[in-house]
Design a protein around this ligand. Structure first.
Ligand code: NDP
Ligand code: 8X3
Length: 270
C-alpha cells in the first residue's frame, strides 16, 4: 500500500540563509511544490532575487526578512513583527551558516571562531527558540537543521567549524528528544562537500583557494541538498528522518576523498 506523503501546497516554510547556496535552492524546491516562503538572510538584494524566482516557479506567496541570526533581539523582533498570515510556521529550515578560515586551532582567529559559533550554533538556537513553541502549540511542524560531515568527523585546521556542526548534531538530537510526545518532527541533513559560496566565504573571496577545494572531484550541488531536504519533509506525518548523510561519490567522509587530477589521489587534501 502506498503511504500518503506530506503535501506542501500552502504550507508556510521559513528558510534561514535563503539568499544563496543551499538555502536559495531549498526555496526554489519548495516553490515548485506551491509552498508559502518566508526567506531570511542579511543580503536583502539577493533575497529579493530568490523571492522573484520562487514566485515564478510556483510559490503561493513569499515574504522576505532581512535578518542577522546572530542577534537574539533581531530574531525575536522579526518573528514578533510577522504579519498574522505569516506567523504560523509549518517548516523551519535552519540553514544559515558559514565557515571562516582553515587554520590550526592554536593560531586561529578568535573573531572567526566567534562568527562561526554565533551564526551556526547560537543563531540556530535563537531561531529554533522563537519558532518551535508555535509548532508545539498548533500540534504540527518540522524543523530541518543543516549539519555536515564535518560534525561527524573533525578535519585538520577546521576544529571550530567542525565543533559548530558537532553542536548542531547535539542540538538536533536534543530537540528531537524534547519534542517526543508532540507531532513535531526534527531532521538533521548532513552534506559533504557542496559547491556554493561556502568556500568563497571561508577564504574571504580568494577564488583560487576556494576552487581548489573541489578540484578533481564532482561535489554535490545545492540542488542535491535541497532535494534531500524536500524528501525528508515530504515523508508521511508519522515518519521522522533523524539524520540524512549525503556526500559526493568521491568523498567517503570528512577526511577521505578521491581526486582524479590530484597528485595526492585518494585522500587528497582539503
Ligand atoms: P552559502 O555561503 O552559499 O550560503 C550561506 C547562507 O547563510 C547565505 O544565504 C547567507 O546569507 C546566510 N548567512 C550567513 N550568515 C548569516 C547570518 N548571520 N544571518 C543570516 N543568514 C546568514 O553556503 P551553503 O549554502 O553551502 O551553506 C548553507 C548551510 O549548509 C550552512 O549551515 C553550512 O554550514 C552547511 N553546509 C554546507 C556545506 C558545503 O560544503 N557547502 C556542506 C555541509 C553543510 P547572507 O550572507 O545574505 O546573510
Ligand atoms: C561543509 C563541508 O567538509 O567543507 O560543512 O567542511 S566541509
Amino acid at each position: 500500500m502506498k503511504s500518503q506523503g506530506m503535501k506542501l501546497q500552502g504550507k508556510t516554510v521559513l528558510i534561514t540563509g535563503a539568499s544563496a547556496g543551499i538555502g536559495a535552492a531549498t526555496a526554489l524546491a519548495f516553490a515548485d511544490e506551491g509552498a508559502r516562503l518566508l526567506l531570511a538572510a542579511r543580503r536583502a538584494d539577493k533575497l529579493s532575487a530568490v523571492a522573484a524566482e520562487s514566485l515564478a516557479r510556483g510559490a503561493e506567496s513569499v515574504h522576505t526578512l532581512a535578518l542577522d541570526v546572530r542577534s537574539h533581539a533581531a530574531v525575536v523582533a522579526a518573528m514578533a513583527a510577522l504579519p498574522p498570515e505569516w506567523s504560523a510556521i509549518d517548516v523551519l529550515v535552519n540553514n544559515a551558516g558559514l565557515s571562516r578560515g582553515l587554520e590550526k586551532l592554536y593560531s586561529g582567529s578568535v573573531q572567526d571562531w566567534e562568527e562561526m559559533i554565533d551564526t551556526n550554533v547560537k543563531g540556530l538556537l535563537y531561531v529554533t527558540r522563537a519558532v518551535v513553541p508555535g509548532m508545539v502549540e498548533r500540534g504540527s511542524g518540522h524543523v530541518v537543521n543543516l549539519g555536515s560531515t564535518a560534525g561527524e568527523m573533525t578535519y585538520p585546521n577546521g576544529a571550530v567549524y567542525c565543533a559548530t556542526k558537532a553542536a548542531e548534531k547535539s542540538i538536533n538530537d536534543g530537540l528531537r528528544q524534547d519534542l517526543l510526545g508532540t507531532p513535531v518532527r526534527v531532521t538533521s541533513v548532513n552534506p559533504g562537500m557542496v559547491e556554493t559560496e561556502f568556500s568563497q566565504v571561508r577564504f574571504r573571496g580568494d577564488h583560487e583557494r576556494a576552487a581548489k577545494v573541489y578540484q578533481g572531484l564532482q561535489p554535490l550541488t545545492a540542488v542535491d541538498v535541497a532535494d534531500a531536504i524536500l524528501w525528508a519533509v515530504t515523508r508521511p506525518a508519522h515518519v521522522n528522518i533523524a539524520h540524512l548523510l549525503l556526500t559526493p561519490v568521491a568523498q567517503a567522509n570528512s577526511l577521505l576523498f578521491h581526486r582524479e587530477a590530484s597528485p595526492a589521489g585518494a585522500g587528497g587534501a582539503r
